[in-house]
Ligand binder design. Sequence first.
Ligand SMILES: CC(C)(COP(=O)(O)OP(=O)(O)OC[C@H]1O[C@@H](n2cnc3c(N)ncnc32)[C@H](O)[C@@H]1O)[C@@H](O)C(=O)NCCC(=O)NCCS
Ligand SMILES: Nc1ncnc2c1ncn2[C@@H]1O[C@H](COP(=O)(O)OP(=O)(O)OP(=O)(O)O)[C@@H](O)[C@H]1O
Length: 406
Amino acid sequence: MGGGPSSLPKVEAPEVAAEQKATLRTPPNAVVIGLTGGIASGKSTVCQVLEQQGGAIVLNADHFGHEAYKPGTACQAELVAHFGEQIINKEDGTVDRKTLGGLVFADPKEREALNAIVWPAIRDLLRQRVFEITNENPADRTAKLIVIEAAILIEANWMDLIDELWVVTTNVDTAKTRLMARNSMSEEDAMKRINSQISNEERRAVAHVDVPNEGDESALKDAVVAELEKLHARYSRLSAFEMVDVVDKEDQVQTTAKRAVVRAFNLISRCSYVVLVQQTSGKIFVQRRSDLKDSGPGLLDPAPGGVLGAGESYLLNAQREMAEEMGLPGLSLEHVSALWYEDGNERSWGTIFCAKVDADVSSLTLQPSEVSSVELMSPEEILTADPSQFLPGGLAAFKLWSSKQQ
Ligand SMILES: CC(C)(COP(=O)(O)OP(=O)(O)OC[C@H]1O[C@@H](n2cnc3c(N)ncnc32)[C@H](O)[C@@H]1O)[C@@H](O)C(=O)NCCC(=O)NCCS
Ligand SMILES: Nc1ncnc2c1ncn2[C@@H]1O[C@H](COP(=O)(O)OP(=O)(O)OP(=O)(O)O)[C@@H](O)[C@H]1O
């Protein structure tokens, strides 16, 4: 990997209409990594590598926390109302964090009170900063890499601010020793802070990327550089920045995510399939996928469609794909069936539609980035041909449609 700022990711993010942008969970022209991990797990060390090797802009939630209760803020007034004047430094009116820390790490109720006041303010500041970074130069479409470093990201429920979550893990004894050394803290105080946070198991359960930090600092740096390379690869793929719906095994929407994340971590997406039948002959319009496609380039697809964008319905997606890829706008589509599809590379819920059209191959307008050609094949030809020529999901959808014809 090249190293040095801006070596990642050198990708042009897609242009997104203003009204659509407002509905997106994370910015369309940035990858936002949430970096979490217990106190003294090694987050700042990881951030240094992300900054120096990945050109990342790091937003440290601890610093935003300190900014949130600067003198004169509503947040500081709320803290004083709850904890009293004892938490204010007389000389400059700032919050005395040592005193406040002593109160809240000794008492979970007091910590909850502090969190309820400060976490929403930190969240607002983080959102505002991400907005500023991703909107400061509209002409610059190079994707930015932003890292939100926050020990309490999961507890504070900030998953919706990020595209993917990385967790740095180190065992409790090591964290305690490093914390005592770095902050000249007693063992008791170090354990109070560690015990005020969730466990590594709880963090790993929601994280996309695990960065173990049990070796020396150079092993940690190597591990981060390796993860940066993987990040670069997943966001260099076509349509990596498109925001799509993520569903569970019951086809209920869980969240939205960039396609890069869905593909890399095998999340469940939604897709449409359209079996397009030529009215006069009963033959099927079979797409030959463009060589530019990053899944199944050059393969035949007897039930083309697409992955549903965030908030899109199956029907609208199918109609949009037929308009864009085949030049067939406003098709009247008949619902055929739902389809669960799973292979080593993807998992998806799909809806199969069928349309009968009075068209010839020559009357179609193909989208070259998606489709290189279209040919007419009879259902029998498709079912008896070598299946390895076909896109597996499209073939599965076609077979299901075919099984429902008498
Ligand atoms: C408790 C306070 C006054 C202690 O200040 P201090 O300067 O000693 O610590 P600092 O702010 O640098 O935080 C150091 C670390 O302590 C841990 N920590 C801080 N606050 C909390 C919390 N509410 N719950 C659990 N861990 C916490 C985190 O690991 C953090 O990285 C301060 O951390 C604070 O105001 N916390 C509430 C806001 C918050 O959650 N900040 C952390 C964002 S990651
Ligand atoms: N693999 C390692 N080997 C030795 N020391 C390490 C290693 N990783 C981190 N450290 C040291 O341990 C301490 C804690 O690391 P770091 O400051 O990166 O943690 P952090 O997660 O950012 O902490 P905090 O939660 O307090 O912000 C630092 O002094 C750092 O230099």
